[in-house]
Design a protein around this ligand. Structure first.
Ligand code: 3HC
Ligand code: NAI
Length: 690
């Protein structure tokens, strides 16, 4: 029987089966909640029914509250009221879990009297990733069932646990052996036959009692995670709620949880993190291509260059089980590159993050060569040689003669014009950019660069490939620095200028760190290496960075850049670098002055927003949210600030415009407002509407 469009009700002997079917992830929308509430009432009124099974169709158990309903007026039954109906039901309710029971979904399972799951199921409370806390009793019930310490871990990391682990910690009562529905019905029958009690998690105290009188649990947890939680509001709110389980009654705890949930829900951090969640999914959708555009098979990959990037790029494919041929110019460089890859795998295995036997399996997927001809049978070839147009054009010219027709020819260039590279071939439609980030086996971002000629098949294939190798692909246009590095260049320009005018690298870094970046601008430069992209032969002391390079100060790897580093990589501001800055400023005739933190903040951040607006206006990015994803996933922009465009919208574009005009008057054309900002501000719109 249909209860409504998304919930059905069936009776099998003494068991009522309540099934939700609300694709794609059975989010607990108002319709789903109404359907379940109606079905439970029906079961309670049906004398032939002794117990209920709550189960989902499709790919997963309830994946949580429906995030799209946030901020809208509540519709009855609210999730909490639905939970009261289930928890207070006078007939046992058994939750039958497959896929992912997440957030409100797991919280609903926690008011059932028993839980059964398939072994592949996962349970978690990921609200923290959305800047929220579990707001339907998760912070109060989970500690009562798994204990304080595990609950702290699960709720503040948001990481799900597999069904077996969930069973071990008591979160799940049984694992299904075969068909979940049949096993859940059998379980429900047993509950009835054995007259098992209507267990309510809210009434359990034994796990809480274990933690009483041990306040150090919380102190230690806060201390151990201080770095990870820095800047985020949700983790501390969650810890306070979990603490409340020991200090308050269940009902008081629920009131407290609601209050703290509301605080987070109305905070800009959660808005930012929810924006990032949806932006990431939007980025995967390519606009303007036919839905039936075919993808090309990628069974074998070639990588040219086994340096910093080539090695990491190759690892991505080996990790996904795709064989790779790596071509280097010389045997020695090849051996070195392959050695570094093996070393990386071995150290991962040593840390227990990979099985020891997998090291050889993955290395077995990598074939080294010094002959480009060996790339003839590759479906995709990625070039990662020196950042030099002539070198790259030569490589592509050679490739054109070797690669099979239809193979994708990609470059990992950071800044070069890919049309110029493609012009070295007779098949520019087969050329695209695949811009990985360093370290390429770790960083999640992949800018997929489409030139004026890149074929639609290659675009969809590259975007799909990003997913296959666990990356977040963002489609961008072919312009200087694409999206990420172009905004970085805008930040570079301001940071460099600020230190000449009177700021120090460390004050600039502190301002950015306090804003929430994982590290400061000059710290990042030192880490990446000041010599990346620097040409020894043509050097001319044209800026501070070049002079530091000429002095052999390439950053962390030479124990000196803007900072000095000791043997443990501990940094201290470098008086040598400071002297270089002061001397260079004097040579340029720049009179150093006091530069405030506010000036650093505004010049750097508004320059970035302005550059982002230009990128959007020029169509280099298809959506403002794509720019946000690039900066959040590739450059450490704090998630809780949503990305530069979201941050711009949060300030309000009239404010952004005002700021830019003031900065333009003081510091020149770098701040001339992008026409897009002028237009949107005048129309009362934001980047989100562009
Ligand atoms: N609400 C609304 N829509 C959701 C959603 C949710 N909770 N979860 C996923 N979706 C949507 C996605 O936006 C996407 O939509 P699209 O197709 O239009 O882009 C679609 O469902 C499919 O999602 P994915 O592409 O992410 O599918 P996957 O199969 O890769 O992943 C998933 C499935 C693991 C369930 C993943 O979607 C996920 O992690 N979802 C979020 C889960 C979550 O955060 N739940 C907590 C919500 S907050 C809450 O419950 C508060 C409560 O405590 C009161
Ligand atoms: P790298 O200098 O570490 O490695 C380049 C490798 O290419 C060297 O091992 C060299 O021997 C090899 N090589 C040069 N010419 C060759 C040829 N004709 N055939 C075969 N091999 C050849 O350089 P890195 O840092 O790996 O950069 C490679 C590319 O990736 C550049 O275009 C760079 O701009 C880009 N990139 C670099 C990032 C970084 O952080 N290092 C980040 C993103 C992109």
């Amino acid at each position: 029987m249909k209860v409504n469009d998304v919930v059905t009700y069936e009776v099998e002997g003494p068991i009522a089966v309540i099934t939700a079917h609300s694709p794609p992830v059975n989010a607990l929308s108002s319709a789903v909640r109404q359907g379940i509430a109606g079905a439970v009432q029906t079961a309670l009124g049906d004398g032939s029914v002794g117990a209920m099974v709550l189960i989902c169709e499709g790919r997963t158990f309830f994946a949580g509250a429906d995030i799209t309903e946030f901020g809208k007026p509540p519709v009855e039954p609210t999730l909490r009221n639905l939970q009261l109906i289930v928890e207070n039901a006078t007939k046992p309710v058994i939750a039958a879990i497959h896929g992912t029971a997440l957030g409100g979904g797991l919280e609903l399972a926690l008011v059932a009297h028993y839980r059964i799951a398939v072994p592949s199921a996962k349970c978690g409370l990921p609200e923290v990733k959305l800047g929220l806390l579990p707001g339907a009793g998760g912070t109060q019930r989970l500690p009562r069932i798994v204990g304080i310490e595990k609950a702290l871990d699960l709720t503040t990391s948001g990481a799900p646990v597999g069904a077996r682990a969930a069973k071990e910690m008591g979160l799940v009562d049984e694992l299904a052996q075969g068909d979940l529905r049949a096993d859940a019905i059998a379980f429900a029958r047993r509950v009835l036959e054995e007259k098992r009690p209507l267990l309510k998690v809210r009434d359990r105290t034994e796990k809480l009692d274990e933690a009483r009188g041990k306040p150090e649990i919380f102190a230690n947890f806060r201390k151990a995670n201080a770095r990870k939680f820095r800047g985020f509001k949700a983790p501390e709110h969650i810890i306070r709620c979990v603490e409340a389980t020991l200090e308050k009654s269940f009902d008081e705890g629920m009131v407290y949880e609601r209050q703290l949930f509301n605080e987070l829900q109305s905070d800009s951090q959660s808005a930012a993190q929810r924006h990032v969640f949806f932006a990431e999914r939007q980025a995967a959708k390519v606009l303007g291509l036919a839905a039936d555009t075919p993808t090309l098979p990628i069974a074998k990959v070639g990588v040219i260059g086994a340096g910093t990037m080539g090695g990491g790029i190759a690892m991505n494919f080996a990790n996904a089980g795709i064989p790779v041929t790596i071509v280097e110019a010389k045997q020695e460089a090849l051996d070195r590159g392959l050695g570094i890859i093996r070393g990386n795998y071995e150290s991962t295995a040593k840390k227990g993050r990979m099985k020891a036997e997998d090291v050889d399996t993955r290395m077995g997927l990598l074939t080294g060569s010094v002959a480009m001809e060996d790339l003839a049978d590759c479906d995709l070839i990625i070039e990662a040689v020196f950042e030099n147009l002539d070198v790259k054009r030569e490589v592509f010219g050679t490739l054109d003669a070797i690669a099979r027709p239809g193979a994708i020819l990609a470059t990992n260039t950071s800044y070069l014009d890919i049309d110029d590279i493609a012009a070295a071939t007779e098949r520019p439609e087969s050329v695209c950019g695949l811009h990985f980030f360093s370290p390429a086996n770790v960083m999640k971002l992949l800018e997929v660069v489409r030139t004026k000629d890149t074929s639609p098949e290659i675009v969809v294939t590259a975007m799909k490939l990003a997913k296959t190798i666990g990356k977040i692909g963002v489609l961008v246009g072919n312009g200087f620095g694409f999206v990420g590095n172009r905004i970085l260049a805008a930040r570079n320009a301001q940071a460099d200028r600020l230190v000449l005018e009177g700021a120090t690298p460390w004050t600039v870094d502190r301002v950015l760190y306090d804003f929430g970046f994982a590290m400061g601008h000059f710290q990042m430069r030192d880490l990446v290496g000041l010599d990346v992209g620097w040409n020894r032969e043509t050097t001319s002391s044209a800026n501070v960075r070049e002079i530091l390079n000429e002095m052999g100060r390439h950053g962390q790897k030479t124990k000196g850049g803007y900072y000095d580093y000791d043997d443990n990589r501990k940094q201290t501001p470098s008086p040598i670098a400071m002297q270089v800055i002061e001397d260079f400023a004097a040579k340029q005739g720049i009179e150093r002055r006091a530069v405030s933190d506010d000036e650093i903040h505004d010049r750097i951040l508004f320059a970035m927003v302005n550059e982002g607006a230009r990128i959007l206006d020029e169509g280099i990015a298809a959506r403002a949210s794509d720019i946000d994803i690039v900066w959040v996933t590739g450059y450490g922009w704090p998630k809780y600030r949503g990305g530069p465009m979201f941050w711009g919208d949060l300030q309000g574009l009239p404010t952004v415009l005002e700021k830019l005009k003031t900065l333009e008057a003081a510091h020149g054309e770098a701040f001339t407002p992008s026409p897009l900002i002028e237009r949107l501000a005048a129309e009362g719109k934001g980047f989100r509407d562009a």
